[in-house]
Design a protein around this ligand. Structure first.
Ligand SMILES: NC(=O)c1ccc[n+]([C@@H]2O[C@H](COP(=O)([O-])OP(=O)(O)OC[C@H]3O[C@@H](n4cnc5c(N)ncnc54)[C@H](O)[C@@H]3O)[C@@H](O)[C@H]2O)c1
Length: 350
């Protein structure tokens, strides 16, 4: 039985506690370190040993330490825990910048401890539909892919609105959407980055994010985040040169995919028809040219991240989310901050 400790028993601390309860034969949450007295008491009532001092916490017998504090503490606690001989999983964003992440990688290499980051959105249903549809080749060559998360509340609540804690939406949702794109086009380099980070309603941090990554294949991957949008745009839009995919939301059940039939070679089959709409170029294709594609049915994988993590710990395997992958995410984040500040397209090799 693996023993796990949690640093930061807030929203995500509870999420990880609950996940662990899903594997009662494999892992037991045994200890909590949190700066908030009330939160510690709650953990104590659940049978965990509580600590108000990080050094004492790290002396506990634990196979895994989960770091789920606000963002600016991740690097410090990850390094301290690995130096204390613990395997470590930290929340996203892994760190505030590449420099901090390199300190973690140095420590991981030196201590030979398992280190990983909670990028569980690689298992989201909507994302896996996009992956499957692109990999099936049905859409042809993907020229542009758009990934979008829009909210309505207009706020970055709590510490998320404070830059000192690593607030802002690039750190919050941005790292998930960037990680998904890098996984989707694994093996391709990002060669150019353009970004626009704005504070629309939350003064101190970015609550509107646009990041455009150009891969060396020529594919453009575009990420959009806003906390205040009252009309809908799709979660995903994929432009291929043979077809198009659109997913409305995270459910993966709303949306559709259509492609031009294999036997249709040109796009001139609308010629000679009436009712072409505003122009011949933009006229709809005749229905017989189009094939409606079924969206793949994806299983719920909300338990798989933890299953893989426990498997890696038990069997001394490499974790699913590797630090070399997260280094690339942090390189994109750093470049996006710079590109936005300088209002320039950056040439990169990431
Ligand atoms: N992977 C995901 O999908 C996902 C989703 C939400 C949040 N997160 C990440 O999880 C982390 C925590 O977010 P949250 O929403 O749970 O925040 P939260 O505010 O709900 O919880 C943070 C907890 O950390 C404690 N804390 C604060 N400073 C501390 C310190 N120095 N040492 C020890 N404990 C400290 C707080 O008392 C609180 O209990 C963030 O890094 C966030 O980006 C990830």
């Amino acid at each position: 039985m693996l023993k796990a400790g949690i640093i930061g028993y807030g929203y995500m601390g509870h999420f990880h506690y609950d996940k662990m309860l899903g594997f009662p034969e494999k892992v037991k949450p045994v200890a909590v370190y949190d700066i908030a007295e009330e939160t510690r008491r709650e953990a104590e009532r659940k049978g965990m040993k509580i600590f108000d001092n990080i050094d004492d916490f790290l002396k506990e017998d634990m196979d895994l330490v989960v770091v789920a504090t606000p963002n600016q503490w991740h690097a410090k606690y990850a390094v301290a825990a690995m130096n204390a001989g613990k395997n470590v999983m930290i929340e996203k964003p892994a760190t505030m910048n590449v420099q901090e992440f390199e300190q973690i990688m140095e420590c991981e290499k030196r201590t030979k401890k398992l280190f990983t980051v909670h990028q569980q959105r690689r298992h989201d249903v909507d994302y896996r539909i996009v992956v499957d549809m692109i990999q099936s080749g049905e859409l042809g060559n993907v020229t542009t892919i758009e990934s979008r998360v829009f909210g309505e509340r207009g706020v970055c609540f709590g510490w998320r609105g404070d830059p000192e804690y690593g607030g802002g939406m690039l750190y919050d949702w941005g790292v998930h959407l960037i990680d998904q794109m890098l996984q989707l086009f694994k093996g391709q380099k990002v060669v150019r980055i353009q970004a626009r980070l704005e504070s629309v309603l939350t003064p101190a941090v970015d609550d509107y994010v646009e990041v455009v990554m150009e891969f060396d294949s020529g594919t453009y991957a575009k990420v959009y985040i806003s906390t205040f949008v009252l009309e809908k745009l799709p979660r995903w839009f994929v432009f291929g040169d043979r077809g198009t995919l659109m997913l409305e939301d995270f459910s993966g059940t709303k949306g559709g995919a259509r492609k031009i039939r294999q036997e249709v070679k040109g796009f001139d089959s609308v010629r000679g028809k009436k009712n072409l709409g505003p122009s011949r170029t933009m006229a709809p294709l005749a229905p017989e040219c189009i094939e409606i594609l079924e969206l793949p049915q994806e299983e719920d994988e909300s338990f798989v991240y933890w299953e893989n993590l426990l498997d890696a710990l038990e069997n001394k395997k490499e974790p699913e989310v590797k630090s070399k992958e997260i280094l690339r995410v942090m390189q994109i984040v750093d470049a996006a901050f710079e590109a936005s500040k300088e209002k320039q397209v950056l040439e990169v090799n990431i």
